[in-house]
Write a protein that binds this ligand. Sequence first.
Ligand SMILES: Cc1ncc(COP(=O)(O)O)c(C=O)c1O
Length: 501
Amino acid sequence: MHSGGNASSLPLVGGAPEPTINQLSKPGRRASRFPKLDVPVTEINNSAIRNDKPSLPEVSEHDLVMHYSRLAHRNFAVDVGFYPLGSCTMKYNPRFADYVAGLNTFANSHPATPSAFTQGNLEVLHELEKFLIEITGMDNATFQPPAGASGELTGLLIIKKYLEENNLTNKTDIIVPDSAHGTNPASAKMAGFNVVEVSTDVRGMVNIDDLKELVNENTAGLMLTNPNTGGLFEENIMEISNIIHENGGLVYYDGANLNAIVGVCRPGDMGFDIVHSNLHKTFATPHGGGGPGSGPVAVKAFLKEYLPGPIVEKNENNYEWYMPKLSIGRMHGYHGNFLVALRALVYMKLLGKEGLDTLGSYAVLNARYLSSVISKVIPLAYNEPCMHEFVATVKDLKKSHKIKAYDVGKALLDKGFHSPTIYFPLIIEEALMFEPTETQTVDTLDDLAETLKAIIDELQGEDVSLEEYPKNLPVGRPNELIPAKHLTVNWGDFELLELTE
Ligand SMILES: Cc1ncc(COP(=O)(O)O)c(C=O)c1O
């Protein structure tokens, strides 16, 4: 079995599950001391004083440090190994961007500070807006949405308000491909639209005949990601956007897959009216684990006044906040996740024009290389040249050996690779979606392909119990449904859940 750089260098710790910080607690232990009081003691009104001590874990400082360091070592991360999680663009985040975001002047600036004292911050947003509108082919942008899904909702609320302002309230339908990310129909519904599903053809593209039949005077717009979730470029994109525009609808670009086209082509030139970009994907700001994200929304000039406000404008001598006149209102407190936006600007400046012009091409090159080697192990879902990601399927292995996409993902974890995205898009049976990104070397891609081949051989062995994979990790196959259905962040309640049921 080939054990490449990723697999051998992983500091994963096996063994029993880590005790929680509450389980480590012993009465009287302390990890911190309060400084001596340097203000006079003030009596507090009795009714405001609590009667019992807060129930906090009591641990020594060393225990505390060891506990969280051990947990950190057990965590899989972009900095630890290859993370080919399709549709998530888990690329390397340069350290320099973190360094800049940590500078005192940026990290400690309060968003309520008057703009006269935060000209540098406003300049950051203005500069980034210029880059983004150049990259996407749009005219103006807002940084309020804290994630892609929030960007989608922002875009759809803009469409809604635009239609209301233009007395087009009969337009109630948003068309969404059946291959779309779940957030697309969810956002359309949340914005108060009906969701109309358009099918995918045998080659993995939007079914144009179906689209023509679905479009009518009630069509408010279409949401599309291009390349689509199958990793394929919609070759009829101009026809698609024309069909929607001719019927008075607007076209929304889900920019989660922007990584494939940066420096190659622009959503604005494909006819899109509104675009969100996931800075936490394409522009190498940390992503995953629910951390802060940024899903700025860029629009064509005719929609500028609908943007959530305030947005930054540059006057002769300074930068100012401007409230668009027909604004849909706020989507986030203050101005979005500023430090995430800052990291994206640093990343763009680090790459420069040359780097940004080749970003998409290298991402596609890596994906095409990986797809060509992986297709020798498991078949691809579509026999079309992929863009920045591709989908393979183990549906035949499921029939012949009961091997599911889930089993392959779990076995990969054992070998030091993060699993590809599985069971997405929903229209592809036993899907495994790989996205290598441009930041991986060819050696790592080869390493993954060889490991995958070894795993598939191993899983087909006679005495293999598929449920046993992963074999070497502290957590194997947790029940993913229970925490999703019974979301609880309270330790007392959490303890009651049978997570491995
Ligand atoms: C195609 C697509 N659209 C939308 C989203 C939503 O983005 P976010 O996770 O930032 O809300 C994702 C996220 O993975 C995606 O892959």
